[in-house]
Design a protein. Structure first.
Lengths: 615, 479
């Protein structure tokens, strides 16, 4: 197979099969499922075999500079393979989960379409082409949320509007890049951060981190967690969108622009990352719904990646990228456990769960592994990537490091609460009949949990074989000359000790909370009720800080103002009509039919004319 | 040669009246149609005809003939409206006798109008206007209804006042320069050592007479009664062409050939024009009688023509002439349609109509076209002439009057919407169940005029370079 055919097939095969899948009638659900699994497997095979290849495909189009330019290289192979892997696992997971869903076919078709779009976006070597696939994903995101329950289209619209606006920023950024460099071919771009380039960087960054789900573009994710089918959450916001967003961010920071640690843009990214870590985890802590709690972590964790890449030092970047793949694994695993609980226990409301760990031991075990990973417990994968990010953040400023550790503390606290509330503690009577999830759902969880352990214990493989080759040569050389080791046990024992202290603190805090309130569900309530925070929390729950809600409220005022103007307009028109009628009555009254009067009018006017002419 | 425009109708008139008892009804009707049609054809083909400019009748006064593009526009308009009036009359006149009389008077009117637009001096203009006027008095009262007689009498009285002014003006001209031809008056006004003030006063006094004949506010008192009380065919004739020839033609002629770009004339025209536009439109809004509303609408539209002349530029004259042509078409069309409605419903009270558009589709549609054209909605011809009027005013530095013209066209749309709403739209009431479309005598001229309006509007951009460019007076204007 030629490289051209290979890569085109990787982009087009899954969407083509998605269209075929839509033709299958809903009676033949098994056929649809079989096709979806085959397509996802083929997709994984196609992109996994690009590993090690290096090729460029140029398809000139319309004689413009907008060439259909594709590029196969290590980073693209890695990101697409990861995406394809999650695609296949979520497809398998969907088999039992989506079996009775009314939008059965649409779900699989949209998943396959998303996979094709993701491959296209990552293999694109032209920013406009990337934008095309990026927007395509926007469409599938909308569709996959909208097929949730009856009211889900509102959340889908919210996602569409937020992502649409940030994609517009991306588009403007691309235009600025064109204005600056007169090329959109990514391999030819290496813009120094001067002139309009910082503006272009910020706009492109908005597009990237919004896809990653960073604050302040995150607010649709918690809503989608409640409204959309759970596989969607594990598939797009937890894994593929993170992969794509961080992929683009890393391309921006590593090769499209000359980003240095001295640049204010680096600091900006670190600030965005830190703020996202802290605020999102604070919101996660107080959630009372399994999936909604997870979704705030999906936001919070992207902060670590932005923070890591934003440091612009090799160790931070490696940490950020490693965290990207780790997060995709444990977060999708967590969503999958959430879906399993939802399917088996019929609810994700933590108040009605509890004590089902015994009934669903494998799910609970997978949850423990993934939760330990996300909290940064050694020797799971999250621990190692977080340590790398801490190292980079400490190099740039203590405050960033402290925020990151505080985030870890709160993450651990919230997962202690979640695990306690969902799986341990007293069991409600109605949950007595809960059984373990079916094998097709357990298998993906187990595979991902296994990878969480494997990437942690044997972190040399992913870091040295997958992550470090993503860095440009000069950064690798810089790290080598400084003698930095990315893989293996963290080199700075102080940082490890701090992490251990934070985790221990979270455990003590949890114990304190349980003692205070007597249940795992309310273990974090003392943080919720602490003075100052309570005020903020109350308003956050009322969506005071949701930019989308603010925007919508603003547009409501705008609509009211427009209505007022409209009414005023009506009033004026109706008033003018009345005035005309009134004047008409006056004029008619003057026309009495008295011929003498008419003659007198004429003579008076004639007199005026004669006088005027005589002047 | 041009004298035949007067002599042939005169001859036909005499022949018809010598032997009318023996002739079937169709003959006078056909004669009017043929002569009217001849006006249109010769109007279109006039440049090929030889012009004999001097007629030695009296040694003291010079009589001359003009045959320029302005004349052609009027000849075409006269011919079209005469034909429409004859069609409508054929349908509406009940008695044989009234019909024959009508045809004869129509020929008198034709003679008067043809003469008025062909002659080139104030005195003969006055004479032929009086011929037209006398025909009109009788035509209005031809069915001897009480309102018609009252309307005719009022018209007669105000016409007498107008005649007084016009004759005074002519007398002053003879007194000052001994000549009344347009060119002589123009020359005397432009040379410095004459007595321009008195001569200008003479023209001004003549213009007052024209204002009365044209029905401009505040000289319009006779007009609504005369239009609305006249028989249907006469309304078409009066509103479509008679008042335009009697009042407006001479104003255009004066603005084009006599008082060229005169500031005081411009001001008088602007004031009289805007007063007519506003008062006519406002009065039209409140009317409940269809024909009366159309009469006030005529006053308003004539105001547009006069205000365009007030711009005092060539573009203004072109705009005025073109609007006059358009007005002749759409206002005749509206009166033809009102005659259709009257023929079926026996009334012109809009309160008794409602939804007849559904019962009389041709009438309703053509009324809609005429109304949109009158209100200046593209792509109908009225849009272009109103556009030219506004442009002419704006370019002449009369921005205020331009804005007034635009705003008042909203009023125009307003009263026509009121009319459409009350008369043609909506659900027909059960009393109107038996109403059918009007007979062909009404529908044919309505459709022809509607086609003229639509085609002139749609192909207006091509008009300048077409054989019909005389409608824009061949001035080769750019706007």
């Amino acid at each position: 197979m030629t490289p051209t055919l290979h890569i085109l097939l990787a982009i087009c095969l899954a969407p083509a099969l998605a269209l075929v899948l839509l033709l299958i009638p809903s009676r033949a659900r098994s056929l649809r499922e079989a096709l979806a699994v085959v397509a996802a497997t083929a997709n994984l095979g196609l992109v996994a075999t690009t590993f090690g290849q290096q090729s460029r495909i140029e398809l000139p189009w319309l004689g413009t500079s907008f060439d259909l330019s594709l590029r196969v290289y290590h980073t693209a192979s890695f990101v697409t393979t990861a995406a394809a892997g999650f695609g296949l696992l979520v497809t398998l997971y969907s088999l039992p989960f989506m079996r009775k869903h009314s939008a059965h076919g649409a779900h699989y078709a949209l998943m396959l379409l998303s996979l094709g779009m993701a491959n296209g976006a990552v293999f694109s070597n032209n920013l406009l082409l990337l934008l095309f696939f990026w927007e395509g994903l926007l469409g599938t995101t909308y569709g996959m949320i909208a097929i949730g329950h009856a009211g889900a289209f509102k959340t889908a619209t919210k996602a569409l509007i937020i992502s649409g606006i940030t994609d517009l920023c991306l588009m403007l950024g691309i235009a600025l890049v064109w204005a600056q460099a007169h090329t959109l071919t990514m391999t030819n771009l290496r813009l120094p951060l001067e002139g309009m380039a910082p503006a272009a960087f910020v706009l492109l960054m908005i597009g990237a981190i919004s896809k990653g789900g960073s604050m302040p573009f995150h607010s649709w994710i918690p809503d989608a967690a409640v409204d959309a089918p759970t596989p969607f959450m594990a598939f797009l916001p937890a894994s593929i969108e993170k992969l794509l967003g961080i992929y683009l961010l890393s391309r921006l920071a590593l090769d499209l622009f000359e980003l240095t640690p001295q640049s204010w843009l680096s600091t900006l990214m670190m600030v965005v990352g830190s703020v996202t870590i802290l605020l999102a985890v604070l919101m996660a802590l107080i959630q009372k719904d399994y999936k909604r709690l997870l979704s705030f972590h999906a936001v919070s964790q992207v902060g670590y990646m932005i923070l890591g890449i934003g440091t612009a030092v090799p160790i931070g970047i490696v940490g950020g990228l490693f965290h990207m793949i780790n997060h995709a694994m444990y977060k999708s695993c967590l969503f999958l456990t959430g879906g399993a609980v939802e399917r088996q226990a019929g609810s994700t409301d933590l108040a009605s769960l509890g004590g089902i760990g015994r009934k669903m031991p494998i799910t609970f075990a997978c949850f423990i592994v993934a939760a330990a990973s996300i909290s940064g417990v050694p020797p799971f994968n999250g621990f190692f990537s977080k340590e790398l990010v801490y190292d980079g953040a400490l190099e740039r400023g203590t405050i960033f490091y402290l925020v990151a550790v505080a985030g870890s503390f709160l993450t651990a606290a919230s997962f202690l609460k979640l695990g306690h509330a969902a799986f341990l503690g007293p069991r409600d009577k109605k949950n007595d009949g809960v059984r373990e999830a079916p094998g097709a759902m357990l298998f993906p969880m187990l595979v991902i949990a296994g990878f969480c352990i494997f990437f942690g214990v044997n972190n040399a493989f992913p870091i040295d074989q997958l992550i470090v080759p993503m860095l440009p040569e000069h950064l690798i050389a810089e790290a080598r000359s400084a003698g930095t080791h990315f893989s293996g046990w963290p080199s700075n024992p102080t940082l490890v000790a701090m992490t251990a202290a934070a985790l221990l603190g979270a455990l003590i805090n949890h114990g304190f909370g349980v003692k205070l309130y007597g249940s795992g569900l309310h273990a974090a309530d003392h943080i919720h009720d602490s003075p100052g925070l309570r005020w903020v929390y109350d308003r956050a729950e009322r969506r005071w800080f949701d930019p989308y809600e603010l925007f919508m409220r603003g547009s409501a005022y705008f609509a009211q103002a427009a209505n007022k103007i409209d009414r005023a307009n009506d009033w004026l028109v109706v008033g003018l009509g009345r005035l005309a009628q009134f004047a008409s009555r006056g004029v008619r009254a003057a026309h009495t039919g008295n011929t003498s009067a008419y003659i007198v009018w004429s003579l008076i006017a004639a007199t005026f004319i004669v006088i005027y002419l005589g002047q | 040669m041009l004298t035949l425009f007067v002599l042939v109708p005169l001859l036909v008139l005499l022949l018809l009246n010598i032997s009318w008892r023996a002739l079937p009804r169709i003959v006078p009707q056909a004669a009017v149609l043929v002569l009217g049609f001849a006006d249109v054809v010769f109007g279109l083909a006039l440049p090929t005809l030889p012009v004999n400019s001097e007629i030695p009748v009296l040694s003291e006064l010079h009589f001359g003939l003009v045959a320029d593009d302005l004349t052609r526009v009027f000849l075409v308009s006269i011919g079209l409206v005469i034909c429409a009036a004859a069609f409508v009359n054929q349908e509406s006149m009940t008695t044989e006798r009234a019909h024959r009389n009508f045809c004869s008077l129509l020929l008198v009117s034709l003679i008067g109008m043809n003469g008025a637009v062909l002659l080139s001096d104030f005195f003969s203009l006055y004479v032929f206007l009086e011929v037209t006027a006398i025909a009109s008095f009788i035509l209005i009262a031809i069915e001897r209804g009480i309102f018609a007689v009252e309307g005719a009498f009022r018209y007669l009285l105000l016409s007498a006042v107008a005649a007084m002014f016009m004759l005074t003006g002519v007398g002053l001209m003879v007194f000052t320069i001994g000549d009344t031809t347009f060119s002589a008056v123009h020359e005397s006004l432009t040379i410095a050592n004459g007595s321009p003030l008195l001569l200008k006063m003479a023209v001004g006094i003549f213009i007052i007479g024209l204002f009365i004949k044209g029905g401009l506010v505040p000289f319009h008192g006779w007009l609504p009664g005369a239009y609305s009380s006249a028989p249907p065919g006469v309304s078409v004739l009066l509103a479509g062409i008679v008042t335009k020839v009697s009042g407006i033609y001479a104003l255009v002629r004066i603005a084009q050939d006599v008082l060229v770009s005169d500031p005081s004339l411009s001001m008088i025209l602007l004031v009289a024009g805007s007063a007519s536009i506003v008062v006519g439109a406002i009065a039209a809004i409140g009317q409940s009688d269809l024909k009366r509303m159309l009469a006030y609408s005529s006053i308003s539209q004539v105001g547009y023509i006069v205000i365009a002349l007030g711009a005092g530029t060539e573009l203004g004259i072109v705009a005025a002439t073109f609007h006059l042509f358009n007005h002749a078409i759409f206002k005749s069309l509206l009166f033809v349609d009102s005659a259709s409605v009257e023929s079926r419903l026996g009334t012109t009270d809009m309160g008794k109509m409602g939804g007849i558009g559904a019962k009389m589709p041709w009438t309703g549609t053509t009324t809609g076209i005429a109304m949109l054209s009158a209100a200046g909605i593209p792509p109908f011809s009225g849009f272009w002439s109103k556009l030219l009027i506004v442009l002419a005013l704006w370019k002449a530095g009369r921005e205020g009057f331009a804005i007034l013209a635009v705003v008042a066209s909203v009023l125009t749309l307003g009263y026509f919407m009121v009319m459409q709403h009350r008369a043609f739209f909506g659900k027909p009431s059960t009393q109107l169940d038996s109403v059918k479309e009007a007979s062909a005598g009404y529908v044919v001229p309505a459709v022809v005029f509607a086609l003229i309006t639509v085609l002139t509007g749609v192909f207006f951009p091509l008009l300048k370079d077409s054989p019909l460019s005389f409608l824009l007076l061949n001035k080769g204007l750019s706007w």
